[in-house]
Design a protein around this ligand. Structure first.
Ligand SMILES: Nc1ncnc2c1ncn2[C@@H]1O[C@H](COP(=O)(O)OP(=O)(O)O)[C@@H](O)[C@H]1O
Ligand SMILES: [Mg+2]
Length: 351
């Protein structure tokens, strides 16, 4: 791509590939339109996920995480929304080279998504069995009605739910935790599934149920070697579940690192400030750090670094005028960060 996005060259910066890569995204840019104005919600997003790898996607609300995942999955984002990408490669096939129908089939079979609110993912007036059967029919058109029910009961057993006698029940007859498990079973119904995208999938659950659902995701990864992208604002979930972390801010990837380095040696000031805002126990006294300000408006151009106005390590005019590119950090060679403090001599303070 040659056009400019918010003053930055589009395409360009990428992140190092994961081992045994199963999903690669580069140069993903999504622009909504709101009251006639373009809202660049995702800019030059890049992601590499290895087979069986769990990648965390973190960043404050409004940083573009959900939009990025939906665009990768090819969900409709509105008729006025523009989605561009240099590549979206799933298991070696660039989805952009396929017809819409072929891409839809591959996406449905090999990549799926689970959401925060299970109750909204089901139609309240249809039984769980009929909703599950519709999805399963896409993957297994060969089965008879009774075979579908047997398969659904087997898939539900895989997420810890005894589905016998329950296929005629409606969504409201299940608890939220059960519905979340059923949603995971539906999302994993294709035996070709390679990548599961989870958007705040445990956020609305209470802690005990959340722990059980996280354990379920871990076992799916182990047993089916599933790759996962976990969107979460809970850094303890990241620490517990993820191998690698992508940090987003105002629509852009600002840091990528393996989970150990990210917590031990965060390079981008945004990541450092996010980590500082996490309470530690036992609490050692003093006030909790709270990041000042808010994510900037996306419908207005930002000249320099999008994080400059909130940055505790602001260097001077370079941060306000020059957008930093993603550059390798000094950690393990696969890590990158977009900050003028990273990957070169520290520029002299100008003011
Ligand atoms: N349908 C839409 N139309 C216009 N702007 C949108 C739409 N959906 C999301 N946005 C904007 O895109 C930005 C990113 O949103 P989102 O992807 O939901 O972020 P996150 O998931 O990180 O909270 C936000 O500024 C949000 O207001
Ligand atoms: Mg979101």
């Amino acid at each position: 791509m040659s056009q400019q996005v918010n003053g930055r060259p589009a395409g360009g910066a990428t992140t190092a590939p994961s081992q045994d890569e199963v999903l690669r995204v580069n140069g993903l840019t999504v622009t909504y339109r709101s009251r006639g104005r373009p809202v660049p919600a995702v800019k030059r997003f890049a992601l590499s996920v290895g087979r069986g790898e769990v990648v965390g996607l973190v960043g404050e609300s409004g940083s573009g995480k959900s939009t990025a995942l939906k665009a990768i999955l090819g969900l409709r984002l509105g008729t006025e929304t523009e989605v561009k990408a240099d590549e979206i490669v799933l298991d070696g096939v660039d989805l952009r080279s396929l017809s819409a129908e072929q891409a839809r089939r591959i996406r449905g079979g090999q990549m799926s998504m689970i959401f925060q609110d299970p109750i909204n993912s089901f139609n309240p007036s249809w039984t769980i069995g009929s909703q599950f059967r519709r999805v399963l029919a896409l993957h297994r058109p060969d089965l008879s009605r009774s075979e579908y029910d047997d398969e659904i009961i087997r898939l539900l057993a895989g997420v810890g739910i005894d589905g016998r006698g329950k296929l005629k029940s409606y969504p409201f007859q299940f608890s939220q935790g059960q519905l979340q498990r059923i949603m995971i079973a539906v999302a994993c119904a294709s035996k070709d599934l390679r990548v599961l995208l989870a958007d705040e999938a445990t956020t609305s659950l209470d802690v005990t149920i959340e722990a059980q659902v996280l354990e379920l995701l871990r076992s799916l990864r182990r047993e089916r070697n599933l790759a996962m992208v976990l969107v979460t604002h809970d850094l303890s979930v990241v620490a517990e579940m993820c191998d690698k972390v992508v940090v987003m801010y105002a629509g852009e990837v600002v840091e990528v690192a393996n989970v150990y380095d990210l917590f031990e040696r965060p390079q981008h000031p945004y990541t450092q400030q996010l980590l500082k805002a996490v309470p530690h126990f036992p609490h050692t006294g003093g006030r909790l750090y709270a990041m000042r300000g808010a994510v900037p408006r996306l419908d207005q151009p930002i000249a320099g670094c999008t994080f400059a106005a909130r940055c505790d390590r602001h260097l001077g005019s370079i941060c306000d005028t020059v957008p930093p590119e993603l550059r390798p950090t000094a950690t393990d060679g696969t890590a990158v960060a977009a900050c003028h403090l990273v990957g070169g001599a520290e520029p002299a303070r100008k003011d």
